[in-house]
Design a protein around this ligand. Structure first.
Ligand code: AMP
Length: 542
């Protein structure tokens, strides 16, 4: 082998914030805070404070490889933790505060968090958790001395006091790029949550890929507001791609309702945003009710669960925002696909172009995908055949933290648990989760397709389709739906709405109207809970 002669310069997370400081020192980071006021500073400030925070962590005894937990909204102090903790060689463990307290305690203990930083909102949660997390050496309130909370049994440290005690002349260590940098636990629909351990290398490579023109198209001219939480797979990489490219960052803090988001979008002239479908339902409903328009927002990346076609259309046609569908998972850092059309697609008839835009997106360089049948045989990429989706790439996990779940790879590929089609242009479409697919008389019915039709009905706010046991067909689909406030639709009318939209045998057997659907801690429909709830449901057709 003739070895190349390029420098051995490791890909490090600290280099991202150092770059933002050098080349975009005056670019702003704006945060809505838990304490109330809007906070505003620059990349130069963020870098200086991240270095001081790393110094403070070292003084607290945090060592390379130690885990530091966060229970926090999207905000500037959380960003400083992203850089300080990873930058010093420790591991930032972003915890989803929406999980149940016993799951949270399990995660903190499993991760062996040395310290946990928390936003004031979560002080009551810390009070509950602390007695069950004896390994945590300190709980740090992400606030100033004036707002330091009283928590019975816990003497919280103060984020601002820790910073104020440091000179900030900290130099980032030159780490091996394979050093662990971050830890996220998957919401885990079965069994205990499992940890995914990212590295500096995987995080920086993911940030490069996420920045590409056909992915986030991140440039220094963009103002990005990540609605997706920093505790949900690193806010899809936005905190890293923003420093890499010098984008202005706007953090919504705890205020994720439609009105608060809309006001922040407008006040800060946001051009690009990202989040799960449920938050957009709230925002779009607020805008429609008040006849509001976006004046600067051009693109919204929607993922985490399937974006209903009706939402993609509404963004586009009513609000002039390009809604870009994306797919990924915790195990993938998370990005696997994002939807941008190719030049040749501009000539397609409108309905075909729209059908393409409803797919989960086009494969991003760095991620390889294949679909396989039950026997593990590869299926064609023709946009029709569907099978279990397997992936591999430099930002995809090779196994779970502490070896949980054993060897998860199949011939070097990670099985995603999703069922999908892939077409010749690399557009992937999820047809279901492997366990949500409805198996009726030997045929597979996509629950997602049936849900999309239900939510396209003007009277339906949200819908889930599950398979219910049937003596003859094994399973038959049932729609569990929530009506829009004040809207009316009967069971028969909703079932009739399916006619002509899917094959007759795919039309659900029944409709159950409910006041509310169960969601997981990451805002996805919890079909596991629904299936439990309706396990003994007797179909009229049974
Ligand atoms: P998580 O690790 O919590 O982000 O969950 C990952 C899972 O969410 C994926 O395996 C998919 O089942 C689902 N998911 C993510 N994005 C989408 C999408 N755009 N459409 C459908 N399902 C999605």
């Amino acid at each position: 082998m003739l070895r190349g002669q390029m420098m051995d310069q490791p890909l490090l997370i600290s280099s991202l914030i150092a770059h933002a400081d050098r080349c975009h020192p005056d670019t702003e980071i704006v945060s809505r805070t838990v304490e109330g006021p809007i906070h505003r500073y620059t990349y130069a400030d963020a870098h200086a404070r991240s270095r001081a925070l790393a110094q403070a962590l070292a003084r607290l005894g945090v060592k390379p490889g130690d885990r530091v937990g966060t229970l926090a909204w999207n905000g500037y102090r959380h960003l400083e933790l992203y850089y300080a903790v990873s930058g010093m060689g420790a591991v930032i463990h972003t915890i989803n505060p929406r999980l149940f307290p016993d799951q949270l305690a399990y995660i903190v203990n499993h991760a062996e968090d040395a310290y946990v930083f928390f936003d004031l909102t979560f002080a009551p949660l810390v009070e509950k958790l602390a007695p069950h997390c004896k390994g945590v050496r300190g709980w740090v309130a992400m606030t100033d001395a004036a707002h330091l909370p009283d928590i019975p049994g816990v003497k919280p440290l103060c984020h601002e006091a820790l910073l104020a005690a440091e000179r900030g002349d900290y130099e980032w260590p030159r780490l091996d790029e394979w050093t662990a940098s971050g830890l996220c636990y998957t919401s885990g629909t079965t069994g205990n949550p499992k940890g995914v351990l990212y590295s500096h290398r995987s995080t920086v490579l993911h940030a490069y890929a996420a920045s590409l023109p056909d992915v986030f198209g991140a440039s220094a001219r963009e103002t990005i507001l990540p609605v997706v939480p920093m505790f949900h797979v690193n806010a899809w990489g936005v905190p890293y791609l923003a420093t890499m490219n010098g984008c202005k960052l706007v953090f919504p803090g705890p205020a994720l309702d439609g009105k608060s988001l809309y006001e922040l979008f407008e006040a800060e002239k946001v051009t690009l945003t990202a989040g799960v479908p449920t938050v957009w339902l709230g925002l779009l409903a607020h805008m429609k009710a008040n006849a509001l328009r976006f004046s600067t927002l051009r693109r919204a990346v929607v993922g985490g669960s399937a974006a209903p076609p009706a939402m993609i259309r509404q963004f586009d046609e009513e609000f002039g925002v390009d809604c870009q569908h994306a797919w990924g998972m915790t195990e993938m850092s998370p990005l696997g696909t994002l939807l941008t059309l190719k030049g040749k697609h501009e000539r397609l008839p409108a309905d075909e172009r729209f059908a393409l835009r409803c797919k989960q997106g086009r494969t991003i360089y760095g991620v390889e995908m294949k679909i396989v049948d039950g026997g593990g045989r590869a299926l064609p990429h023709d946009g029709k055949a569907f099978g279990d989706l397997h992936v591999r790439g430099p930002w995809i996990t090779s196994g779970y933290f502490k070896g949980e779940g054993g060897n998860v790879l199949r011939d070097g590929w990670f099985p995603t648990g999703d069922v999908a089609t892939i077409d010749a242009d690399g557009f992937m479409q999820i047809t279901d989760r492997s366990k949500d697919v409805i198996k009726s008389g030997g045929e597979w019915i996509s629950s997602i397709d049936l849900e999309n039709i239900a939510v396209a009905h003007p009277a339906i706010a949200e819908a889930a389709v599950i398979g219910v046991a049937h003596p003859k067909w094994d399973e038959r689909p049932v729609v569990v739906a929530v009506k829009k406030p004040g809207a009316e639709v009967t069971r028969a009318a909703l079932l009739a709405f399916y006619e002509g939209k899917v094959a007759k045998w795919m039309i659900p057997d029944d409709v159950i109207f409910v006041a509310e659907l169960p969601h997981t801690a990451t805002g996805k429909l919890s079909k596991l809970t629904l299936r439990e709830q309706f396990r003994d449901y007797r179909l009229p057709s049974a």
